[in-house]
Structure formats: C-alpha cells, structure tokens
Design a protein around this ligand. Structure first.
Ligand code: 3SL
Length: 254
C-alpha cells in the first residue's frame, strides 16, 4: 500500500488513524472498515443535531444539482455553499435549522461544501459513521466496542487541513488508544492526538484564530460556532445505510 507507515508484524490490536483531508483519502482508503466522517463546522454537527431532534433520515448529496432534483420531487432539502444557504433552498447547514418541528420524522436531503462530499467519498470504502464534537462521547464509547480498523476522515475545507476536524479526530484517537485495544502508526494520528490534548480545556478559545471560525463569524454565525464546539450535546450516532444516514438505535449505544 502506497505511503503506509511502518507496522510491527507482531501487532494484534486494531488501528485508529486520522486522515487530514479528503485529498489524502486515496492513501488510506483500503485499510479501514469504519470511516468516521468529521465536519465539526458545521455539516456533521448539523447532522447530529438533526437526529437528536427527531429527523428520520438524511440523504447526503455532493452537488447542488442533485439537491435541486430532490427538491423538485418534493423532499425537504438543505443546501449550503461557502457557509451560506444556497438561493432557492429553505435552509442550509445551521444545526438550529434542524431543531424545529417541521423536520421531525422527516427525510431531509443535505448538500454542503465539504461534509457531504466527504461522506460520499468514504462510502465506497467502508462503513460510514458521522462524528462531531457534539456526539463525541457516545461515539467514542461505541467505536471502542467495535473490533474494527477505524479511520477518522476530516472533511477539511476544500481539501485543505483544518483545526476543528483534526481536534475532534484527535479526541477519538486519544480515547481509543486509551482503551488499549487500538494502536496508531501514522504521524498524522499522533499529531491529531496532541492537538486535541493541547486544545481540550478550551476548544472555543483554541480555535479563535482558525480559518473557518473566522469565516462563520464574519457571516454572523457565532451562535452556530458555539453550538458546534460544545461537546456532547447530541448523543446520537448517525450511520450510512445505502444512500441514507439513519441513527443507530438507542439500546445499541448503551
Ligand atoms: O463544509 C461544509 O460541509 C460546511 O459544514 C461548511 S459551513 O460550516 O456551512 O460553512
């Protein structure tokens, strides 16, 4: 496998690794059974919020054209590009847009700049699970019980590295490594873990100068930033089944 780090031939533990951006995903994609797609600001936080507030299923699509097609067919559709609601759609990517009675028990279609693309990229290669700071603890606990190799795929921003997804991925790594059942061999995973450890006591402050936080602040979306960076507010695990995200049943989470 191209670019793989050294693995001790006697190692029996499962792996947990971090891929910093979808652009790097081809270097990792063959080795993992579970792919945790992370887009803290804001796609995966919005998805977790949606399920926490009772959305039945979410169809993540990569392009605005696909979203328009679903809209023509009568679906509820959220569409975001560059942090803003795309013209012609009723809502975008704000977690608060999914905390309303109108979406309860509904199927929602969603397209976003980076997050839904990363989901569709990952789905050919393993079981896609949605990760965010808002579902961190419940996700960590569930992943720890899976006897599978796990890749945390950071959605980044237009294929570039970002801090918020990396910190979330680092938190997942830190927890799984702490169970003793997992190991990491890639330097990216070690870096993500140390970034999380230096950020964990004040994630909001740590990300103050980060690019995407500044982009959203400029769009007056501070309220969304605060929600997305506040851990464990939406204890759900969305998982991809076919082309649809559904929430894992609550009794499986215990
Ligand atoms: O990139 C994405 O998928 C979005 O979450 C970006 S934004 O937070 O809506 O700007």
């Amino acid at each position: 496998m191209e670019g793989q780090a050294y693995i001790d031939p006697n190692e029996t533990r499962k792996r947990v690794e971090v891929c910093f951006s979808p652009y790097l995903f081809p270097l990792y994609k063959e080795e993992f059974e579970i792919i945790v797609v992370i887009d803290v600001l804001r796609a995966t936080s919005a998805i977790c919020a949606a399920f926490h507030y009772g959305v039945k299923e979410i169809i993540p699509v990569s392009t605005v054209e696909e979203a328009q097609e679903y809209q023509r067919r009568g679906f509820l559709v959220g569409a975001e590009r560059g942090g803003q609601i795309v013209d012609g759609f009723n809502f975008g990517n704000s977690p608060y847009a999914y905390m309303v009675p109108e979406v309860k028990d509904q199927t929602v279609v969603l397209t976003t700049t980076n997050g839904t693309k990363a989901i569709n990229l990952a789905k050919e290669c393993g079981q896609v699970v949605i990760g965010a700071l808002s579902n961190l603890e419940v996700l960590q606990n569930w992943l720890a019980k899976q006897d599978k190799n796990i890749l945390c795929l950071c959605s980044g921003w237009q294929n570039k590295f970002n801090l918020e997804d990396t910190i979330c991925a680092g938190a997942i790594c830190d927890h799984l490594l702490g169970t003793g059942k997992f190991h990491s061999v890639e330097d990216a995973s070690i870096a993500a873990k140390y970034l999380f450890l230096s950020a964990k006591d004040n994630i909001l402050g740590y990300l103050k100068a980060s690019s995407h936080r500044r982009r959203l602040k400029n769009l007056n979306l501070n309220i969304d930033i605060k929600y997305c960076l506040n851990p464990n507010q939406a204890p759900v695990i969305p998982i991809l089944q076919g082309d649809k995200l559904v929430a894992i049943e609550a009794d499986v989470l215990i």
